[in-house]
Design a protein around this ligand. Structure first.
Ligand SMILES: N[C@@H](CCC(=O)N[C@@H](CS)C(=O)NCC(=O)O)C(=O)O
Length: 278
């Protein structure tokens, strides 16, 4: 319950954004009007104003040569809706995968999560991904599915093992950060947990990432192209690790983050996304 409170506070100052297709009406528009302005690639709706605007996120800007071949479902998902609060939190890695893939999706950012809405989700939590109207939960499962679906999960089973290893490692430090920053009710204990993270755990995990990148021998964690591992670490560094600890001493991690942010789709998305604290 507590982890999204800062996001809700932020929502009071911002609007609910929903990506939609350039050719279809905004799904959240109460008037049902379509998206009418000029740029064609992706659109978003501001649900609270019934207004649609367009965002210039280059479609499919990741070159096919940068993608890897992985098994995916026989029928690609056609209608993707990612529902979360208005923040990066546990949904951002999935958003980044979809953006990197140049896929259109509805980026639903809730301002409230009422009991009746909670009851409609599989486990009473967000994020959820709706695929053609069916709802799926658990952020890592969603990100993993999307990474497999859109070619960010390596080429071999061993690649996938390394990616899973990095994803779970990152979950460890992110969960510790969520506990320290959001869940610990006692102020003194919270200060102690944050100090422990900043002084010991953040540098420890950054050290692991640095070594993994050195061992991979490329600019990426796995192979020579972008995978889920790169995106999840980029997001963890952006959201928490660099907030409290300089990544100057971790040149490969720093270079990876710059590389991810320089990908055309990601660059445009990051420049335009809501500025939220988490
Ligand atoms: N293990 C779940 C955790 C999901 C989770 O804790 N979601 C929080 C937001 S970050 C939530 O929905 N909180 C609202 C609530 O529990 O009422 C996942 O990774 O998706």
């Amino acid at each position: 319950m507590r982890c999204y409170l800062p996001l809700i506070l932020h929502c009071l100052l911002s609007c609910d954004r929903v990506y939609c297709s350039a050719d279809t009406p905004c799904p959240t528009s109460r008037s049902g009007s379509g998206c009418t302005t000029d740029v064609v690639d992706q659109t978003y709706c501001t649900a609270d104003t019934d207004d649609c605007a367009r965002r210039n996120i280059p479609d499919k800007a990741i070159k096919s040569s940068e993608k890897v071949n992985v098994p995916s479902s026989k029928t690609a998902p056609t209608n993707l809706k990612l529902v979360y609060f208005n923040g990066r939190g546990r949904a951002e890695v999935s958003r980044l995968i979809l953006v990197a893939a140049g896929e259109q999706f509805e980026d639903v950012r809730l301002e409230t999560f009422l009991p009746e809405d909670k009851a409609k989700t599989p486990f009473g939590q967000l994020p959820v991904l709706e695929i053609d109207g069916k709802m799926y939960a658990q952020s890592v499962a969603i990100a993993t599915y999307l990474a497999r679906e859109f070619g960010f999960y390596g080429e071999t089973n061993l690649d996938a093992l390394r990616i899973d290893e990095i994803v779970q490692l990152t979950q460890e430090i992110m969960n510790a950060a969520y506990t320290a920053y959001f869940y610990e009710p006692d102020e003194n204990k919270q200060a102690e947990l944050i100090r422990e993270l900043q002084e010991k755990q953040f540098p420890r995990y950054l050290g692991y990432y640095e070594k993994l990148l050195k061992d991979s021998g490329t600019s990426y964690f796995v192979g020579n192209s972008l995978t889920l591992a790169d995106l999840i670490v980029y997001d963890a560094v952006f959201s928490f690790l660099q907030r409290a600890y300089s990544i100057d001493g971790f040149p490969r991690v720093e270079a990876l983050c710059q590389l991810v942010e320089s990908l055309p789709n990601i660059q445009t998305y990051v420049a335009q996304r809501e500025k939220t604290p988490f």
